[in-house]
Design a protein around this ligand. Structure first.
Ligand code: NAD
Length: 273
């Protein structure tokens, strides 16, 4: 399967559909990532705080997939950058992953009680210059956090990874991203399975002979977002990747847009420390 790519503002090309491993236990990570790579995923989204970078790394090493065909994202934990430990944190992640570089390094949360995230971003610019990550970005940044980083740095983050799914679309953040040339990545893209029964999703699934998860994944793809749904079940890992044989109509997309109801599932970036 040829997954479409999105060109980031630093010129790198990221596969638009990947595989996420939050809440995948360390002991399971090798098996599920191996499964995902077998199915054809070439983009893996992990984080230091997920505790499963070693398993991800073992699956990558065993897969035989050439490194340059893979996109690997990991994330800098808040405690690390508050302690001024950004550079060492990436080196530790690389060691666990068994890689010489990652493709994308993200500040996991802004934790805006202070502006330590600005220094973290500047440190990440140096990590990029050193070749330890191809691209750098942020996660859970509100427009004011983007402004703080952009105002104090010589580059613009390539990515902002935020919670986006049919019932929480954060259009204000998405448009701030777009206005800066920052690509939006959607986390919890399936709302962790909570919106599969919503009428426009069920209707589109029936119309196209697919399942509700596949409809939601298509909606993100056709709206231009990057996403990496998570599953530990082989059939779901496969079906979540089998989304290139149908297309939602403009009306179907608009009906899913209409499901917005401030249905946040995760923490709020302004208060998460
Ligand atoms: P998700 O929206 O991808 O939902 C995953 C859950 O949906 C699964 O556990 C399963 O219960 C269900 N599911 C998946 N596929 C299904 C299918 N085909 N049929 C039926 N049910 C299915 O949730 P997520 O894992 O929270 O988010 C995806 C990824 O986003 C994470 O793994 C992680 O990589 C990333 N993420 C990042 C942050 C952040 O702060 N940056 C926060 C949360 C998640």
């Amino acid at each position: 399967t040829d997954v479409p790519t999105v060109q980031l503002n630093d010129g790198t090309e990221i596969p638009q559909l990947g595989f996420g491993v939050w809440q995948v236990p360390a002991d399971d990570a090798e098996r599920v990532v191996a499964e995902a790579l077998k199915v054809g995923y070439r983009h893996i989204d992990t984080a230091a705080i997920y505790g499963n970078e070693e398993g991800v790394g073992r699956a990558i090493a065993a897969s035989g997939v050439p490194r340059e065909e893979l996109w690997v994202t990991t994330k800098l934990w808040v405690g690390d950058f508050k302690e001024g430990n950004t550079k060492q944190a990436l080196r530790t992640s690389l060691e666990k992953l068994g890689l010489d570089y990652v493709d994308l390094y993200l500040i996991h949360w802004p934790s805006p009680e202070d502006e330590a995230y600005v220094q973290a971003y500047q440190d990440m610019e140096e990590l990029k210059a050193e070749g330890l990550t191809r691209s750098i970005g942020v996660s859970n940044f509100l427009p004011e956090h983007l402004d703080a980083v952009i105002g104090a740095s010589s580059t613009v983050p390539s990515v902002n990874q935020i919670e986006v799914h049919p019932v929480l679309q954060q259009r204000d953040v998405q448009s701030a991203d777009a206005s800066h040339g920052i690509a939006t990545q959607a986390w919890s893209p399936l709302a962790q399975g909570e919106v599969f029964g919503d009428e426009p999703i069920v209707a589109a699934a029936e119309a196209h002979g697919v399942n509700p998860a596949q409809v939601i994944i298509r909606w993100h793809l056709q709206r231009g977002r990057i996403l990496f749904p998570k599953s530990v079940t082989p059939e779901r890992i496969a079906s979540n990747f089998d989304v290139f044989g149908f297309e939602l109509s403009a009306d179907e997309l608009a009906a899913i847009d209409g499901l917005e109801r401030d249905g946040r599932r995760g923490a709020h970036p302004a208060t998460f420390n």
